[in-house]
Design a protein around this ligand. Structure first.
Ligand code: 5MM
Length: 358
């Protein structure tokens, strides 16, 4: 073999070693985000969405108030016992805690891995009335490098799939899965763990069986696209919806039925190489989201960690307690801490509704 070939092989070996190192880091981060007993706080509401949440309690959404509210969540006592990662909005990634410490560094110092929502939102999908596709791929490689420099170790991209007459269309499912896979591949290339979030919405009168069928089909397409785009499943976290009845369905499935249907769907459509599943709450009440998670973990063992990545189900009680008043920040923090603790219990199937009152 000539000298040139040896050099080529040596380079390939080095590339292989670097790639294995990167992969080990990604899979370590993914595992830490869904470590036993822990889940993820989704605090990545875009400016319009946090505006709606604040409007719900009659509070104007300003940059300092958003920072105060979110710093309150992040500094809750013992939060790190139950929260392994926090998804931030870009504005928050660049903000500081009241003592001046940058928020990503503060979170990392407390053992909560900082992450960043990188999608640019779900926009109408041309040719498919009523359906949406998530945008944000242009320039994403450069944005990811900047976010990593600011301390982010994972990213999030949410695709939304509506159930309705003739929906979802194959076109909508395919376009969203393709975008999720391109995003995930870019994240892994840039050293960030991608949270892959295909959300089948609860809205509508459909029965739970329809949610199960659509969720299964969406997951199949997502994993097909992830494979085509060479995404390493060991270095992702999947953030799916639970399988539930449509919000306007007259016959609502109970806790045990939701747990059974969700696990059945995930076991049929999610490879065991995925380290963790971190559910979104999707409009469920805080209590329902915790009860469903607990019922699933009561049926352990599972091939993957079965965890949470809740936004509303972790924050709704805190927002209600806060009401935008500085002297109620401590009450809000207590409400958030309690929700985090109860979801921590749900990670081992040890949550009981009676604990809500205590
Ligand atoms: C926290 O809300 C997230 C961002 O929403 P927008 O981009 O629409 O502002 C959202 O993606 C969230 O992370 C997930 O839906 C999980 O939150 P829920 O409230 O469904 O648990």
């Amino acid at each position: 073999m000539g000298k040139g070939m040896n050099t080529l092989h040596a380079r390939d070996d080095q590339k292989g070693r670097n790639r294995r190192m990167t992969n080990a880091n990604l899979s370590e981060t993914a595992q830490a985000m869904v470590a036993p007993g822990k889940g993820i706080l989704a605090a990545d509401e875009s400016t319009p969405t946090i505006g709606k949440r604040f409007a719900g309690i009659g509070v104007e959404s300003t940059e300092p108030l958003r920072r105060d509210y979110r710093s309150m969540l992040f500094s809750a006592p013992s939060a790190e016992q139950y929260i392994g990662g926090v998804i931030l909005f870009e504005e928050t990634l660049r903000q500081s805690m009241p003592d001046g410490e940058p928020i990503p560094q503060y979170l990392a110092g407390r053992g909560m891995i900082p992450g960043i929502k990188v999608d640019k939102g779900a926009k109408p999908l041309a040719g498919c009335p009523g359906e949406k596709v998530t945008e944000g791929l242009d320039g994403l490689r450069e944005r990811l490098a900047e976010y990593r420099g600011l301390g982010a170790r994972f990213a999030k991209w949410r695709a939304v799939i509506a159930i309705g007459e003739g929906a979802p269309s194959d076109c909508c499912v395919h376009a969203n899965a393709h975008a999720l896979a391109r995003y995930a591949a870019l994240c892994q290339e840039g050293g960030l763990v991608p949270i892959v979030e295909p959300e089948v919405l609860m809205d509508g009168p459909h029965p739970i069986s329809r949610c199960e069928q659509v969720t299964g089909a969406v997951l199949d397409e997502v994993f097909d696209q992830l494979e085509r785009h060479r995404v390493e499943l060991e270095g992702i976290v999947l953030k799916p919806n639970m399988v539930v009845s449509g919000s306007e369905c007259p016959a609502q499935a109970g806790v045990e039925e939701v747990a059974e249907a969700t696990l059945r769907t995930l076991k049929a459509h999610v490879p065991a190489a995925v380290p963790g599943i971190a559910f979104l709450s999707g409009g469920q009440s805080a209590e329902d989201a915790t009860a469903h998670l607990s019922a699933m973990n009561a049926r352990a063992p599972h091939p993957w960690e079965v965890s949470f990545s809740y936004g509303r189900a972790l924050q709704a009680p805190a927002l209600a307690a806060w009401q935008g008043k500085t002297d109620q920040l401590v009450d809000a923090q207590r409400a958030f801490g309690e929700r985090a603790r109860l979801n921590g219990l749900a990670r081992t199937g040890d949550y009981r509704p009676e604990l809500e009152a205590a």
